[in-house]
Design a protein around this ligand. Structure first.
Ligand code: AHR
Length: 322
């Protein structure tokens, strides 16, 4: 199969059937995307474009380069352009009320993608398409507890972007899960900002501070990209990731399945990059029939380990834009 054919097949598999309509064809959506900090984010951008295309929706994407102020500017620009709806992947959880009130005054529905916001006024957005990110942390923590059994285990944590709902929640869920096991102790926790480079840099400092890594039993990363950076740091420190230090993370990007195949990572919790598909469907039903979607459209969180045929999963994901 050519690269192009496998990309088309992989994207088609994400949404087997998509209803198009005259309304969808006349809809323009402005998407304020965070940036391209991770493989998952790149895939979300790419899948959003193809989901828009399938429905004949015009999608305008503004890349905020991880800055909330750029997202606020982009939303104001979408309002000025009179788009039919705004999708927002909010880099941090707070500070959105003023600009979302401007969108509301202009009668432009806003849909949150992949992260939540903190607001007392839920009418500022139509719906949020996200995973249960507390649950993702719980799944990762329970996997670790099951795998270390009663052995003492010191854990280090790479957090996502400070103030992002998913970073707060993934920490909360994991902490809750390991709190039930007195042999598991979180000894260091720091942000790696969801990037490979920072994941590596912070892990290097953890290893130095913890007897070259000998005091560390497991590393929990809030995303796979930071885990991949950490794996590199662990190898450079002369230890075996996946064995000397267990590695558990979140996203299920193709590179983590490669790491499964080489025995260097142990578990990941999947986050689908297809947040836009359900958001477009909710938007069209709202515009066509006035159907008000639930406030939360929850996506699945599935645990993968090296026993799940990593080569097959790698092949099925590699064409999705990660
Ligand atoms: O909000 C989703 C998170 O953002 C992904 O898990 C991470 O990779 C991304 O940067």
């Amino acid at each position: 199969m050519t690269l192009r054919k496998s990309l088309v097949a992989a994207l088609a598999a994400l949404t087997p059937f998509v209803a198009t309509s005259a309304i969808a064809a006349s809809v323009t959506v402005g998407f304020s995307q965070i940036g391209s900090e991770s493989g998952w984010r790149a895939a979300e951008t790419s899948v959003s474009k193809s989901e828009a295309q399938k429905r004949n929706i015009t999608l305008k994407i503004a890349d905020a380069q991880q800055k909330q102020e750029n997202q606020i500017k982009a939303i104001r620009s979408f309002v000025a352009q009179g788009v039919d709806a705004i999708f927002l992947a909010p880099v941090v959880a707070t500070g959105w009320d003023a600009v979302l009130n401007e969108a509301k005054d202009a009668k432009i529905p806003v849909i949150l993608l992949d992260r939540d916001i903190e607001t007392a006024n839920k009418s500022l957005y139509l719906t949020a398409v996200t995973s249960d990110s507390v649950h993702e942390g719980v799944v990762a923590g329970e996997w670790l507890a099951k795998n270390v059994g009663s052995k003492p285990c010191n854990v280090v944590e790479l957090q996502g972007t400070v103030g992002a709902s998913v970073a707060t929640n993934r920490k909360k869920g994991f902490d809750e899960a390991i709190a039930k096991h007195s042999n598991i102790k979180m000894i260091r926790s720091q942000t790696g900002d969801f990037t490979r480079a920072k994941g590596k840099e912070v892990t290097e400092s953890f290893l130095k501070a913890e007897n070259g890594g000998k005091n560390i039993c497991a590393l929990y990363a809030h995303n796979d990209d930071m885990a991949v950076g950490a794996i590199q740091a662990i190898k450079e420190a002369g230890l075996k990731p996946g064995k000397d230090i267990l590695v558990v993370s979140i996203d299920a990007v193709p590179d983590i399945f490669k790491a499964f195949m080489s025995g260097e990572a142990n578990a990941t919790v999947e986050l689908t990059p297809n947040m836009a598909g359900p958001a477009f469907d909710a938007l069209i039903a709202f515009k066509e029939k006035g159907t008000v979607p639930p406030k939360w459209i929850q996506t699945d969180s599935k645990l993968y380990t090296p026993t799940d045929d990593p080569q097959k999963i790698y092949d099925s994901k590699k064409g999705l834009g990660y």
